[in-house]
Design a protein around this ligand. Structure first.
Ligand code: MLT
Length: 285
């Protein structure tokens, strides 16, 4: 079940494993915070929230305009403003959620756009991150071709709505094998994504398009870090993930077989196993 907080009048929804365990002893003091990819929402994290690693509380927020979180005011999504929408907005929301929940530090995990957001959180408040999981993501900013693709996506969204954007993206989000043999996985991703608001999707495209290069940050990441890559990821291919891991000092790499871009949905067991091994090795269980 989703919980929510309000900042001014804006609602932020989130999944929280602690609510599921209400009544059981409060041993779950360590927090793993999972940030979702585009164009899905916190529902991509239900497997991890429903089966948290022993001794860990798992929280998965919906970013602005996704799932149960309110979108920005439409005027804030004007790309011609002097200060266009930025991933810093997502980072601020994540940090405010932690403040409201009274959580000082987390192991922060982001998949793809969730990873871009994790970099924004690190830039603002590295002291609140004592461990990091970067899954199927990249540190580089969009180049010219990628930005042109984002512009096309914005036009498609304006003309044909969220479903058209989701259908354009779906073939790249899952491995060929998953799409051919496990139609239910593709249906799940589609049904999560089409429920998101057009303003949420527009805001995310603008924020990803405007995001800074995070490669200078990689050498400064000092906390234990797990990089999760998939063998069949077309969006953030394995070679790039290996390069990312090499630039982070205290890092491990897990490569998931039989997974494309949305690795935690395609291979939830392997994904959870990689996280559990990392937490046990680096945080003692
Ligand atoms: C995601 O999975 O979050 C997106 O594919 C990332 C992107 O488009 O850069």
């Amino acid at each position: 079940m989703r919980e929510h907080i309000r900042i001014d009048r804006r609602r932020i929804g989130y999944l929280d494993s602690a609510r599921r365990a209400a009544g059981s002893p409060a041993v779950d003091t360590r927090v793993l915070l999972l940030i979702h990819a585009f164009p899905v929402n916190a529902d991509m994290r239900t497997d991890q929230v429903e089966a948290p690693p022993a001794g860990w509380r798992v929280i998965a927020p919906d970013l602005r305009g996704f799932g149960d979180s309110d979108a920005d005011e439409p005027a804030a999504l004007d790309d011609a403003r002097p200060l266009p929408p930025s991933l810093d907005d997502y980072a601020r929301d994540v940090l405010t959620l932690l403040d409201v929940l009274g959580i000082e530090r987390v192991v922060l995990a982001g998949l793809s756009m969730g990873g871009y957001t994790a970099f924004a959180v690190l830039r603002r408040a590295a002291e609140r991150v004592h461990g990091l999981v970067l899954a199927n993501t990249k540190a580089e900013a969009d180049g010219g071709e990628a930005r042109a693709g984002r512009r096309e996506m914005l036009a498609l969204l304006g003309q044909a709505g969220v479903e058209a954007v989701v259908d354009r993206m779906l073939p790249r989000l899952l491995s060929r094998e998953t799409r051919a043999q496990r139609g239910e996985v593709e249906s799940r991703v589609r049904s999560i994504a089409v429920g998101n608001s057009a303003d949420g999707v527009r805001g995310a495209i603008l924020r990803m398009m405007n995001r800074p290069d995070s490669t200078p940050l990689l050498g400064r990441i000092a906390c234990p870090t797990l990089v999760v890559a998939s063998e069949e990821d077309e969006v953030t291919p394995l070679a790039g993930m290996r390069a990312l891991q090499h630039r982070i000092a205290a890092s491990d790499l897990a490569v998931l077989r039989g997974a494309g871009h949305l690795s935690n949905i395609e291979q939830p067991g392997e994904f959870a196993g990689a996280i559990q091994r990392f937490l046990a090795a680096r945080f003692g269980g």
